[in-house]
Design a protein around this ligand. Structure first.
Ligand code: GDD
Length: 394
């Protein structure tokens, strides 16, 4: 893959927030490590392939159409470990069983390494309880509903499988070729990064919508513009310079090194992606005290790469847009580093949009603790013994 070197970087404590980088060639051949020019870097196929072997791709899924899941599976490079974490209904039709069968059939033909697990499996909750990772539980002492909860379960499975990197791809993508591009971007970003603490986020070139006059190639989602605006305001407040660096606040498609992933605190449901950025600013921004000395020393890199493929996914309607909107702004609003002026602005904005009433406040987010200290061997042992939905096919 041939892509821009970061042209612009916002430095915030130990964090390097790189501006959006463009892809020039999806496949740039085997010229490993060759710099195509002073501003463009070529990541050769051998290097990409080596990183893919160390990467797990987590697909969170809840009741998506099987045809879409099958397409997504076919887009993931063979050497990555595929991990499906499902929260699909098991009654009246056992949708999880159908997903498992589709995965097993796919694997039979391609001979691939894959894991599938249901988020509500009591054996999973038992394993998490035994290792003390209970902030992911609801009041019933089992893993809560939510995309973040699925992603975190997937990260634990990736760590358990000994992977160094973990990426996330939604199950409702219509274009297998786009899925393939996301993973190539993940691996290229990792190859370019100078720190072991790295995150690579996808910025979609277009998110097309069907309109009466045909396809409209819009650039921004309805929530993402506002999320980015407030994340940028948070950065600007401390640097004293306005910035537009953050463009991927809500990006569901992103990857991290496990070394970074295990240090972060996560927030529940659909606020997970913007909160990753807020938590990185909290942990490594040099404003609050931290115990993560190695990351402070080596630095944390956040890359944002614009795809060549447009993003075609299932449109779910407006139901959870409000949840996403509130969740995204709540991340900033409730952060320990959010200045009072910015908090006031967020509340005014939400009242102006009729989302909050006078006197009403933004709900605090449910947080999930970092997983760096959990005993992953103990977790694996109990999961293998107790989780009835768990399948690891090689
Ligand atoms: N395991 C699991 N558990 N998966 C879930 C759950 C859950 O409780 N809820 C949703 N998912 C899966 C969906 O099946 C899908 O694969 C993925 O998570 C994203 O959910 P969607 O319902 O399709 O979300 P969206 O398309 O509105 O929003 C997506 O894009 C946003 C950026 O535009 C999500 O990825 C957001 O997180 C992202 O911010």
């Amino acid at each position: 893959m041939k892509l821009d070197l970061p042209r612009y970087t916002e430095r915030f404590g130990a964090i390097s927030l790189h501006g959006v980088q463009r892809v020039y060639e999806l496949d740039s051949g085997f010229n490993n490590g060759r710099t195509a020019s002073e501003t463009v870097q070529s990541i050769g196929n051998d290097e990409i392939s080596e990183i893919e072997k160390k990467m797990a791709i987590v697909i969170p899924i809840k009741g998506e159409r099987l045809k879409l899941l099958e397409g997504v599976l076919s887009g993931i490079p063979h050497d990555c470990l595929t991990i499906i974490v499902s929260n699909s209904p098991r009654q009246p039709v056992d949708r999880y069983k159908l997903e498992k069968e589709a995965l097993e059939q796919f694997n039979r033909f391609v001979g691939k390494n894959a894991i599938i697990l249901h988020q509500k499996d009591l054996g999973l909750s038992e394993a998490l309880k035994q290792v003390g990772h209970t902030t992911i539980f609801g009041p019933d002492d089992i893993v809560r509903n939510g995309k973040a909860e699925g992603m975190i379960t997937g990260m634990l499975l990736a760590k358990m499988a000994g992977k160094d990197y973990v990426g996330f791809i939604d199950a409702d993508n219509y274009v297998p070729g786009a899925v393939n591009e996301y993973v190539k971007i993940f691996t290229s970003g990792i190859a370019m990064s100078k720190s072991p603490y790295t995150m690579v986020r996808i910025s979609w070139i277009y998110k097309p919508k069907v309109s009466e006059s045909g396809l409209y190639f819009s650039k921004w989602g309805r929530v993402s513009e506002i999320t980015n605006q407030y994340l940028n305001s948070l950065v600007s407040y401390y640097t004293g310079f306005e910035t537009e660096v953050m463009r991927t606040g809500n990006s569901g498609e992103h990857c991290m090194s496990i070394k970074l992933a295990e240090l972060l605190t996560y927030s529940s449901g659909f606020s997970v992606e913007p909160y990753e950025i807020v938590n990185i600013l909290e942990e490594f921004g040099g404003i609050l005290p931290t115990e993560n000395f190695d990351a402070m020393d080596k630095g944390v890199e956040v890359m944002q790469v614009e795809t060549r493929n447009p993003h075609f996914h299932e449109e779910k309607g407006d139901d959870h847009l409000k949840e996403m909107f509130n969740g995204s702004l709540s991340c900033v609003y409730n952060s320990k580093i959010c200045p009072p002026k910015l908090r006031e602005k967020i509340i005014e904005d939400l009242r102006g949009r009729g989302i909050l009433d006078e006197g009403q406040d933004l709900f605090p987010l449910k947080k999930i603790s970092p997983f760096k200290d959990i005993d992953i061997h103990q977790f694996a042992k109990i999961l293998h013994e107790k989780a009835t939905s768990f399948v690891h096919s090689v």
